[in-house]
Design a protein around this ligand. Structure first.
Ligand code: GBH
Length: 493
C-alpha cells in the first residue's frame, strides 16, 4: 500500500470510474418474487449434482430487498460507479412470449435512482449468463437463431425504461465463458457437451459452441444498431461488451509457443471481439475449423462492421501458459484439441507455474498479466476505450473462523493493489482505460462453487445475511480517495 505515494501524479486519468461489480443471479435472490420468471440458472441449480455445495441463487445475498443498505456500503467506500446486471426473466418472465413484468421494472428503477442520488453512475450489463428458461425450452436458447429477435426485444425495453439515466450499457458478460461452459464442457447451463470434453453426450462440443456464438454475436450487433439508431442521440450513452480476458504467456521463446499463445487468445477472446469490431472471425479459426465455423453472410458482415462498439470491457483475473500442440504433440488438456486451436493452456505446464496459487484452481496471481492484456487489446483494437469490468480474488473461509480472520483479508489487498499497479503502468504507457471495477462488493453465489468461494470486499454471513466490512473495503476506500481527485480541465498532465 505504499504504491503511488506521490499522489499528485496519479496515473489514473480524470473522470476515471472506480467501482465494484455484481450480477443479478449472484446477488439478487428473490427468485420467485413479484412475478419473476424462472431462468436457465434457476433450472440448472435446482438439478442435483450441478453445484459443489448443493446450493443455488434462490436467496443469494438478497440484494433485491437489501439494495439500499448495499448502496450505502458503496457510498462509504466512495466509488463513483456500480456495475450490476438486469435479470431478463425478472423483466420479461417468458421472453417475448409473455408480458413485461412491471414489478421488475420498478425494482431496477429504485436501484438506479438510489445510486444516482448518491452520485454513483449505474454501469449496466443487459445479460450476465441468465436467460429466461422459456427460451431454452422453446428453441434451445443460443442455439436457435430466433434468440436474436428475443434479445433485441428485451434490450429495447431496457433502453426505453432505463436509458434516460443509464449511460453505460454492456450487451453481454463473458460470452466466451458462457459458451465454452454451456456447450463445450457442459459445466454450466444448458450443460451440453460430447466427446472428451465433459461427461454428457446430448450435445456436440465440436460444432455447437460456434453456432451458439454466432447467434450471440449477431444479437450483440442487432442491439448496438438498435441503440445507435433509436436511442444514442437522445440518451447520450455508450455501449460495449465484456469479455473474460486471460493473458496467455508463451511457455517458451520458441516461435511455435508464441504462435500458440496467439491462437489461444484467438480461440478465447478474439473469437468474439474480431467479428464485432472487424466483421470476421480470426484467420486462425477459419484455417483450423474450416466449415465447422459458421460463416457470416455479406449482410451480416455489414451489420457487424456498422455496429461495432464504444468500449471493450475486460474481466481480468489470471494468466495461463500456452504451449504449441500443432507441430509437436501435446499431452491432452484444455486447449489441446482442434476446436480450441491446438494451444494447450493452463496455469501450470511442465512444472512451470505462472504465479501464486489461490483457493481457486483456475486463478493464479500474476499481476503483470494486467499490463500485458490491456496492451494487447490496445494494439489489436486500435486503442478502443477499455474498462476493467472485473478483477478480484476468491478465498475460502475455514470452519469456525474468528471474526478477525474473516475481515483481515491481507491476501485480497495484496492482489488488488498489485493488479492496480500493473494497470497504472499500462495507462502510463498510453492505454486508453477509463475505469476499474473490483469483483465484488459482497461475497456472493460463485456459480459452480456455490457459496464456498468468497470474493467480497464485505463478508456475508449466510445464516443472517449480515454484511461486515473487510480490510480490503477500507483499503479500496483509501486508494480511491488518493487517485480520483484529478481535475479534468487542467492543461498540465
Ligand atoms: C467472472 O467469470 C464472472 O463474470 C463473475 O460472475 C464471477 O463471479 C467472477 O468472474 C469470479 O469467478 O475454463 O475456459 O472458462 C467467472 C468464470 C471461471 C472465468 C473460470 C474463467 C477459467 C477459464 N470464470 N474460467 S475457462
Amino acid at each position: 500500500m505504499l504504491l503511488f505515494k506521490n499522489n499528485t501524479s496519479s496515473p489514473f486519468p480524470c473522470n476515471f470510474l472506480f467501482g465494484t461489480s455484481s450480477s443479478s443471479y449472484q446477488f439478487e435472490g428473490a427468485y420467485l418474487s413479484d412475478g419473476k420468471g424462472l431462468n436457465n440458472w434457476d433450472a440448472f441449480t435446482h438439478k442435483p449434482g450441478t453445484i459443489m455445495d448443493g446450493s443455488n441463487g434462490d436467496i443469494a445475498v438478497d440484494h433485491y430487498h437489501r439494495y439500499q443498505e448495499d448502496v450505502d456500503l458503496m457510498q462509504i467506500i466512495g466509488v463513483n460507479t456500480y456495475r450490476f446486471s438486469l435479470s431478463w426473466a425478472r423483466i420479461l418472465p417468458k421472453g417475448k412470449f409473455g408480458k413485461v413484468n412491471k414489478a421488475g421494472i420498478d425494482y431496477y428503477n429504485r436501484l438506479i435512482d438510489a445510486l444516482l442520488q448518491r452520485g454513483i453512475e449505474p454501469f449496466v450489463t443487459i445479460t450476465h449468463y441468465d436467460i429466461p428458461q422459456e427460451l431454452e425450452d422453446r428453441y434451445k436458447g443460443w442455439l436457435g437463431p430466433r434468440i436474436q429477435e428475443d434479445f433485441k426485444y428485451y434490450a429495447d425495453i431496457c433502453f426505453k425504461y432505463f436509458g434516460d439515466r443509464v449511460k453505460y450499457w454492456v450487451t453481454f458478460n463473458e460470452p466466451n465463458v458462457a459458451i465454452i461452459r454451456g456447450y463445450r464442457s457442459g459445466l454450466w447451463p444448458p450443460a451440453r457437451c460430447s466427446g472428451s470434453f465433459g461427461n454428457c453426450s446430448h450435445g456436440d462440443s465440436e460444432r455447437e459452441p460456434f453456432i451458439a456464438a454466432s447467434n450471440l454475436i449477431l444479437s450483440h450487433a442487432a442491439v448496438v444498431h438498435l441503440y445507435r439508431t433509436k436511442y444514442q442521440k437522445k440518451q447520450g450513452g455508450r455501449i460495449g461488451i465484456v469479455m473474460n480476458a486471460i493473458w496467455f504467456e508463451p511457455l517458451s521463446n520458441s516461435k511455435e509457443d508464441k504462435l500458440a499463445a496467439e491462437r489461444a487468445q484467438s480461440f478465447f477472446m478474439n473469437w468474439f471481439l474480431d467479428p464485432i469490431t472487424l466483421g470476421n472471425y480470426p484467420a486462425e479459426m477459419h484455417e483450423i475449423l474450416g466449415p465447422d465455423l459458421p460463416s457470416f453472410s455479406r449482410n451480416d458482415k455489414q451489420k457487424l462492421q456498422r455496429s461495432g462498439l464504444d468500449f471493450i470491457g475486460l474481466n481480468h483475473y489470471t494468466s495461463y501458459y500456452a504451449k504449441d500442440c500443432m507441430l509437436s504433440a501435446c499431452e491432452s488438456g484444455k486447449g489441446s484439441s482442434r476446436t480450441e486451436g491446438f494451444a494447450l493452456n493452463s496455469p501450470q505446464i511442465n512444472g512451470f507455474t505462472i504465479g501464486l496459487p489461490t483457493a481457486l484452481d483456475w486463478l493464479y496471481v500474476n499481476p503483470e498479466g494486467m499490463e500485458k492484456i490491456v496492451t494487447y487489446i490496445k494494439n489489436r483494437y486500435n486503442n478502443t476505450p477499455m474498462f476493467i469490468t472485473e478483477n478480484g480474488l476468491g478465498t475460502i473461509e475455514k470452519p469456525n473462523s474468528k471474526i478477525e480472520d474473516i475481515i483481515n483479508d491481507v491476501e485480497r489487498v495484496e492482489y488488488l493493489s498489485s493488479y492496480l499497479d500493473s494497470l497504472a503502468t499500462a495507462i502510463m504507457k498510453g492505454a486508453n482505460v477509463r475505469g476499474y471495477f473490483a469483483w465484488s462488493l459482497l461475497d456472493n453465489f460463485e456459480w459452480t462453487y456455490g457459496y464456498s468461494i468468497r470474493f467480497g470486499l464485505h463478508h456475508v454471513d449466510y445464516a443472517t445475511l449480515n454484511r461486515t466490512r473487510r480490510f480490503s473495503a477500507l483499503w479500496y476506500k483509501h486508494f480511491i480517495a488518493q487517485h480520483s481527485n484529478k481535475p479534468c480541465h487542467s492543461s498540465s498532465s
